[in-house]
Design a protein around this ligand. Structure first.
Ligand SMILES: [Ca+2]
Length: 312
């Protein structure tokens, strides 16, 4: 039976359907993504959700009050944390193109080995400059500026972000939590936390993330645990993920497109890491991190706003 007979009769061999799926998926991944890229981006629709946690959630902290958040922009979020391979591929371009001080990063918490561990030992400033470099390499407009100039070097505490542009950027805390929850109200996207400490093992967290209870004291290659309904991996655990927001109280009032305080001393990060107890991997947990610290527990995950596939 030929192709057009299949077309007319609606009967396609399985391998043709798989080929079509691969071709379609490839168009989303983009041809110019760095070597070792980790599965591309997923689109998160605009919408409303309840941010924060209820008072009876185990391990909860006082800075997570429940409140209504509306996000008016759809956005894209990378399926995985940035890997060591991905970091190095963009950094190699960046060092020759006006980004002199991007560090080599570390392949996971231990270094060495397979490049699909999340990159660590990169500060908040390193992360946003790397995102600007990736944007420039892909012909996009960099999101981060200082006094109107593209943020490529040095360390500034007056960085501005263009959330409407087409460049790569960090998610806001609200974007991160909206994407992580994928409609779930529970402590984790896989359900409640039963055991908030390091032990005994929490079954719901064990399914989705690497934390102190199951990591063996180290990062693991990205994408090995069960993703959420959007297809996002390792939102809980493996490495903390830098967000845009200066850390501060967000209160209990409804908010639209919140992006944190105008200034501050620390930035928020999300999701917990290989070295933390279960309660710190909750969807609502929101600690602060000093922006210039390069930690073996902290990495990041790129976002972008526009409906333009990476590399397109
Ligand atoms: Ca993570």
């Amino acid at each position: 039976m030929g192709f057009f007979q299949h077309l007319v009769q609606g009967t396609f061999p399985r391998h043709w359907l798989l080929l079509a799926a691969v071709i379609q998926t490839g168009s989303w991944l983009g041809a110019s993504e760095p070597a070792g890229e980790s599965g591309g981006f997923v689109r998160i629709a605009a919408g409303s959700f309840t941010m924060g946690s209820p008072a009876d959630e185990p391990g909860r902290r006082a800075d997570e009050p429940l409140h209504a958040v509306t996000l008016t922009r759809a956005y894209w979020l990378q399926r995985t944390e940035v890997t060591g391979e991905q970091w190095r591929a963009v950094r190699a371009w960046a060092l020759d193109n006006g980004y002199p001080d991007l560090p080599p990063g570390r392949n996971g918490s231990a270094g060495g080995g397979c490049g699909r561990h999340p990159v660590t030992e990169i500060s908040w400033h390193d992360a946003v400059k790397w995102l600007n470099a990736w944007s420039e390499r892909d012909g996009r407009v960099p999101c981060y500026t200082v006094d109107g100039e593209v943020y490529r070097s040095g360390v500034s505490n007056t960085v501005a972000c263009d959330f409407e542009g087409n460049g790569y950027r960090l998610p806001t805390e609200a974007e991160w939590e909206h994407a992580c929850r994928a409609g779930t109200p529970t402590a984790l996207y896989s359900g409640p936390i039963i055991h908030p400490g390091r032990a005994p093992l929490d079954a719901n967290l064990d399914r989705i993330g690497w934390y102190a209870g199951n990591s063996g004291g180290a990062t693991h290659p990205v994408g090995l645990k069960q993703p959420n309904a959007h297809g996002l991996h390792d939102m809980s655990g493996n490495v903390w993920e830098w967000c845009w927001d200066w850390h501060g109280e967000y209160g209990s009032e409804p908010r639209t497109d919140p992006a944190g305080p105008a200034s501050g001393a620390f930035r928020s990060s999300r999701g917990g890491s290989w070295g933390n107890q279960a309660s710190r991997c909750r969807s609502a947990h929101r600690p602060e991190h000093a922006t210039d610290v390069r930690s073996r527990r902290v990495g990041f995950r790129p976002a972008h706003t526009c409906d333009q596939p990476p590399g397109g």
